[in-house]
Write a protein that binds this ligand. Sequence first.
Ligand SMILES: C[S@@+](CC[C@H](N)C(=O)[O-])C[C@H]1O[C@@H](n2cnc3c(N)ncnc32)[C@H](O)[C@@H]1O
Length: 373
Amino acid sequence: MRVSTGWWLMGQRPEFLFVTCQVGAERAVKFELAGRWPRFRPAFSRPGMLTFKLPPDDRLVADFDLRSVFARAYGFSLGVVSGSDMVRLARAAWALYGGRPCRRIHVWPRDTAPPGDGGYEPGMTREAREAWGALHACCPRPGELAPDADAPDRPGRKGEFVLDCILVEPDQWCVGYHRVRDVSSQWPGGLIPLEPPPHAVSRAWLKMEEALHWSGFPITAGARCAELGSAPGGSTQALLDRGCEVMGIDPAEMHPAVLAHPCFTHVRARVRQVRRRLFRRVRWLVADMNVAPRCTLDALEDIVTHPEVNVRGIIAMLKLSQWAVAENLDRYLARVRSWGFNVVRARQLRYNRQEICFAALKRPFVRRRYRWT
Ligand SMILES: C[S@@+](CC[C@H](N)C(=O)[O-])C[C@H]1O[C@@H](n2cnc3c(N)ncnc32)[C@H](O)[C@@H]1O
């Protein structure tokens, strides 16, 4: 934990933390935080949004790492304002914000739909845009805002202080702040906005594209990838669109548009039926199989620990058949580290349904050469 001096000197330590998450993931967030931050006490919560009372002597800085898989966004909570007049709400929000520096304003609604039922699509609702407009217009020190902070959906820059406004209800706003620390915290609610291209054959394009942005992995033109569970092919397309070579392994049919791509090869089989030698040239392994997490991990382990295989990074989706499976995540990630991946992170992405994504990397990566005998 890092020690903050700034707010402390101002005598304005926030007492609460807010977290927004997918509807249904609240229990998983509480479980994670109880383990990692045992002194945080659950307080006010709604589906898709939780708050925690911080211990009186906490010294968290505004860009601290909550180390949560299920929190899409988090920050310090300053309180709730309610009412039907938007201008009054905006003024009350700024009053709560006090004299803190502010480079940007983030507004988003808490998630209200169950996963897969349109939750967080679109993230920026009409109400959120209107609330953002009112907050922007009432900003007491507009000269402090970043020059490009003149629209509600622009990404923040590392180090910027952000006023957070979560629409608990359209007429009830939770006001807080955070400091941008990574890709997710750049965006309102941690919701990276993506538009699938017209040629995308499945929604999985969004999932893979988001995973690529979030992980920041250098998967660029010419990268050799294999995807376990590739049909019909949306996530494969996200890789092909980047100029990667992709081998898709799936017993199901690929979409004809993907099959026709010159950089795609379909191995129509279950992973276990595929000879490991086929993975010798593969540097990036992607998995999106509709099987239990243990089966995905068994399949990945079998490939990446094979002596002839030299994979640099993995991006994999783990399906949570029940939310209780979330309680095993630390063990799953420890298992991935045991394969030699020293950078391992996980997140429930905006476009994940009842599943999570993990990204694992070997850094530095040592290229091995084999004699192909
Ligand atoms: C969620 S879908 C994959 C979606 C795909 N990534 C896309 O972008 O369209 C899950 C896929 O996993 C495949 N699958 C399940 N078990 C598998 C296994 N043992 N080996 C390979 N594929 C498997 C299924 O056939 C199914 O097509």
